[in-house]
Design a protein around this ligand. Structure first.
Ligand code: NI
Length: 226
């Protein structure tokens, strides 16, 4: 499932993140790439250990924490501490699949990359190119979202970022290890959760709605790895 999560960041958070990112010292993006992806990765990143990166991470994590759509879709067990990148002056990232397990350099935490997340920070009108292209079973999905919106897609997907030919593309990216490892099971639970929420609004907590809600939780109990 490829899912757009709108309005993850508000205007104040976007401004704060842009200020932090514009004043920061950047490093070559290859530092967090695997050996195959390092050959095709041409961008710059905020080094993880700086105070600016820490402040930026906290803004994103706080925003994720209040986002019900993100939780329903990702059912997160672990979130890799968000990273920040920038593409400008023709930078791009060729086709690759993200490493299956990321080990956080500072904490040593291992995260299986069930879900890849890109949170757009720059206004899409402020740069040209920079589309994220994700190959899924229905073909190529081309993603370039308004600032503050996020896309989630399965970590198993081949993807690339097109060259940025004008302006600068600022984004946060990170991975989620889900309590539900398989994308198909997560998608089913996400659809079921959305249907139950709609039913509750339309007809209230009838006996059937209560049983369906129980089914949702029982499926999670059956499949979840906590
Ligand atoms: Ni990637």
């Amino acid at each position: 499932m490829l899912l757009r999560v709108p309005n993850v960041l508000n205007a104040e958070e976007l401004n704060h993140l842009r200020q932090l990112m514009l004043q920061a010292d950047w490093a070559d993006g290859k530092v967090t790439a695997g050996t195959q992806s390092a050959q095709v990765k041409r961008n710059i990143q905020l080094p993880e250990t700086t105070a600016d990166a820490e402040a930026a991470r906290l803004i994103v994590l706080k925003a994720l924490n209040r986002n019900a759509l993100f939780f329903s879709a990702a059912l997160p067990k672990k979130i890799y501490p968000p990273l920040f990148n920038q593409y400008r002056d023709g930078m791009d990232f060729g086709a690759h699949i993200d490493n299956a397990v990321r080990t956080h350099a500072i904490s040593g935490m291992h995260v299986r990359t069930d879900i890849s997340c890109t949170l757009f920070i720059a206004d899409p009108e402020s740069y040209e190119g920079g589309e994220l292209v994700v190959e899924d079973t229905y073909g190529h999905q081309i993603v370039k979202l308004p600032a503050g919106d996020m896309v989630l897609y399965p970590g198993t997907s081949l993807h690339h970022v097109r060259p940025v030919t004008k302006g600068a593309r600022l984004a946060s990216f990170f991975w989620v290890q889900s309590m539900i490892r398989e994308d198909a099971q997560r998608t089913l639970l996400f659809d079921m959760d959305a249907a139950i929420v709609t039913l509750r609004q339309q007809i209230g907590d009838t006996a059937a709605v209560i049983r369906l809600t129980g089914n949702y939780h029982n499926l999670i109990r059956m499949w979840a790895d906590t």
